[in-house]
Design a protein around this ligand. Structure first.
Ligand code: KG4
Ligand code: ZN
Length: 339
């Protein structure tokens, strides 16, 4: 098999990222992965400000790309294509990376591949191990919480999704109520290590329901209320632990429904979790146990590729390129783009 080397660009939220990935058959090799986080630019506002994000992407994209090419020891003539996130996300930012990718592709005569950010997350586990299709995927990030059956490149169907907040959004909002700043997920995980939430009763949304949908609004409201009564650092740590466990429990319960249904029609049983929330150790461990209980193999991306990065975009682009699925140069940035 001829290796395909692709430059990936990611600018859909608050990281400016570029990466060079080489795909040989089913094996992906990350030659470089540069991520510039804008956390400091947004911290004072308690969340991502779209205008600030877009401006920062403009300032950083050329430098981040230059570094990714240098770290990969790569010239443009060594590339087979350029992949850029074309949505979904904050459209001002998406336009920056996509326009930059278009310009580079035009200038160097390379094919352009517009990549759906969610498809990037969907293939991210393949950055750490060879993964055969099909698999059942739990995608849990700041903007998304869904269960998908992934049959192949760009071939997936949704079997469940959140009816309100995404899991990462719940982490972020509750962390904010606990005074933990943005982004809240990693901070809440650290605080939870000091706590014991077993005495705190939180609502168990949709538990035991037949479908595979998620809901975090009830948990969020209850956690906000309890956060106001916290007196000590220990109280807050206990609440953080209870919240983390409640989210893990819901993700596991909803996934169990999907695993049971999936097992009825599939011989090859693989459960993959991806997205920023997949970086949470309690959640990884809980889902791994759930998978094992149902006779599924379990896989999560390497930690560095759970949260937003461009290696997953480069890989999704390379997989598309291998199938001849390239994009027209006038492809547009899309704020919404369901899988
Ligand atoms: O995939 P991602 O970087 O961006 C989106 O596409 O949304 O996910 C970011 C989300 C944030 O909500 C962040 O709080 C959450 O992932 N997150 C975590 C952890 N690390 C990141 N949530 C819980 N525990 C973590 N360790
Ligand atoms: Zn993401």
């Amino acid at each position: 098999v001829r290796p395909l080397t692709v430059l990936g660009l990611e600018t859909s939220c608050d990281e400016t990222a570029a990466s060079v990935v080489r795909l040989t058959g089913g094996r992906a090799e990350v030659l470089s992965s540069v991520v510039h986080s804008q956390i400091d630019d947004h911290a004072a506002y308690g969340g991502v400000v779209p205008e600030i994000a877009a401006r920062s992407h403009v300032e950083m994209i050329a430098e981040v790309t230059r570094r990714a090419m240098a770290e990969a020891d790569m010239g443009y003539d060594g590339l087979d294509g350029i992949a850029a996130t074309a949505g979904p996300g904050l459209v001002g930012g998406v336009m920056v990376g996509l326009s930059f990718g278009k310009a580079a592709a035009l200038a160097r005569g390379l094919p352009l591949v517009a990549v759906n950010h969610l498809e990037g997350h969907a293939v991210s586990a393949r950055l750490g191990a060879e993964v055969a299709y099909p698999f059942l995927l739990l995608l849990v990030s700041g903007g998304h919480c869904q269960l998908l059956e992934v049959r192949g490149v760009g071939d997936m169907s949704r079997i469940g999704a959140t009816i309100d907040d995404a899991a990462g959004e719940a982490f972020d909002k509750i962390a904010k109520a606990l005074g933990l700043g943005y982004p809240g997920g990693p901070a809440l995980e650290r605080l939870a290590m000091q706590g014991d939430g077993s005495k705190i009763d939180l609502p168990r949304a949709l538990l035991g329901r037949k479908d595979c949908d998620f809901s975090f609004s009830g948990l969020k409201t209850a956690a906000f209320r309890i956060a106001q009564t916290c007196q000590t650092e220990q109280d807050r740590a206990d609440l953080a632990d209870a919240v983390q466990n409640a989210i893990a429990r819901q993700l596991s319960d909803r996934s169990e429904r999907a695993l049971a249904a999936y097992a009825e029609t599939h011989e090859h049983r693989l459960f993959v979790v991806a997205g920023g929330v997949a970086a949470n150790k309690t959640i990884r461990a809980t889902l791994q146990a759930t998978a094992a209980k149902h006779g599924f193999d379990f896989l999560a991306p390497p930690m560095a590729y759970c949260t937003d990065n461009a290696a997953m975009i480069a890989l999704a682009g390379a997989e598309r390129l291998a199938l001849g699925l390239t994009s027209d140069i006038d492809v547009v940035a899309r704020p919404r783009w369901p899988l």
